[in-house]
Design a protein around this ligand. Structure first.
Ligand code: COA
Length: 178
């Protein structure tokens, strides 16, 4: 596998970011969106993140281009929640299962520590084994499950909530043991 470069996302990356997301909308329960997004929505997302100072990363393959992305978003807009964020990670369907997810999660944890955030929440469709394993591998612990709060592809879906509390010692982005 050629070396994948992980770097902050730029505005030029948005069509590729959106295409990876839209494929997941149509083919997975990773997101409970039904309809693909237009580029304007992704541009607004980008501007919002720049304004809030929250990180967005891409994984770039020298041949295939952008093959994955990750970000931190506000968990809730009320000020008392300002030290908590929610994360997103999307890897292109043809590049899953090769460790890119971890490479995109690691800088989010590092940035969260640098920004003095306290907690990252991952809301994961309970059937999404790869995402559950990925987050657990990086120290996230399941704190609860909501049953049948989602509905997509003609079935009810459970959501698992995983959380990482960010003590200062993880500021280097060290992978959890195991
Ligand atoms: C979830 C996702 C980000 C994981 O990234 P990835 O690069 O495919 O995963 P990795 O190769 O880093 O593997 C992560 C872990 O999941 C496991 N895994 C990978 N694919 C798997 C699968 N299909 N089923 C079960 N486990 C799987 C790996 O073995 C690894 O576990 P380990 O560290 O215990 O060995 C990626 O598959 C993806 O983008 N999926 C679609 C969108 C999505 O689900 N986003 C997350 C929304 S919460």
């Amino acid at each position: 596998m050629p070396p994948i470069h992980i770097r902050p996302a730029t505005e030029q990356d948005l069509p590729a970011i959106s295409a990876i997301y839209n494929d997941a909308v149509l083919t997975t329960t990773a997101t409970y969106d039904y309809a693909t997004e237009g580029l304007e929505r992704r541009q607004a997302w980008f501007r919002d993140h720049v304004e809030l100072g929250l990180p967005m990363f891409v994984g770039e393959d020298p041949i295939a281009g952008i093959i994955g992305w990750s970000s931190l978003s506000p968990y809730h807009r009320r000020p008392g929640f300002r030290f908590t964020v929610e994360n997103s990670i999307y890897v292109h369907a043809e590049h899953r299962g090769r460790g890119l997810g971890g490479r995109l999660l690691e800088p989010l944890i590092r940035e969260a520590a640098r920004l003095r955030l306290h907690s990252i929440i991952a809301a994961i469709d309970a059937s999404n084994e790869a995402s559950l394993r990925l987050h657990q591998r990086w120290g996230f612990a399941e704190v609860g499950r909501f049953r049948e709060v989602g509905f997509k592809f003609d079935r009810w879906l459970d959501v698992a909530y995983l959380q990482l509390l960010i003590p200062p010692e993880t500021a280097s982005g060290q992978k959890a043991g195991g």
